[in-house]
Design a protein around this ligand. Structure first.
Ligand SMILES: [Fe+2]
Length: 170
């Protein structure tokens, strides 16, 4: 929801206002939202792992599980950075829904459509990550570094997915 995004923006401002840039009371809410994006990607990736059909079933079925594992790892890194700073993350279903990643059809999905659907969603989470990474840089360089690593992985995945669509980097 937009509201979620507004909440995150407000938290950035709140943190800046209350800590005076000191970092002692720093909270990781903006980046926590990115953790939710990668959890949402993992759920969609697993869904497509189950519903994919077509000539490329086997390699993509396996590749989807690799991606799902990567998204779980990225979410874990973000959530644990949040905990290290004293913020308790919420990665449950209701919170993940706020990540606003459009669901895919729960139906047989052609291999090419799987790659296209996934590329769009990885690009969406990449864009959100980049925006929040830039905002976070003003607050805490170490937390920003966590998001830089998330973004590096997402953009690499975006390239490898779009290459399968014969498009090259998006
Ligand atoms: Fe499986």
């Amino acid at each position: 929801m937009d509201m979620k995004d507004q909440d995150e923006s407000r938290n950035v401002e709140d943190v800046r206002g209350s800590s005076g840039g000191g970092g002692g009371g720093f909270q990781f809410r903006p980046a926590h939202g990115i953790g939710l994006g990668t959890i949402a990607l993992a759920l969609i990736g697993k869904q497509l792992h189950w519903t994919i059909v077509g000539r490329l079933f086997r390699p993509l079925h396996l590749y989807l599980d690799e991606l799902v594992a990567s998204w779980h790892e990225l979410a874990d890194a973000v959530a644990e950075r949040a905990v290290a700073l004293g913020h308790m993350p919420d990665g449950q279903a209701a919170a993940v829904a706020a990540a606003q990643l459009a669901p895919v059809d729960a139906a047989a999905t052609r291999d090419r459509d799987v790659v296209r659907e996934l590329t769009q969603r990885v690009a969406q989470v990449s864009e959100q990550t980049r925006a929040r990474m830039e905002r976070l840089g003003e607050l805490d360089a170490v937390s920003q570094d966590v998001l830089i690593e998330v973004l590096r992985s997402l953009e690499e995945q975006q390239w490898m997915l779009s290459a399968q669509l014969d498009k090259g980097p998006a």
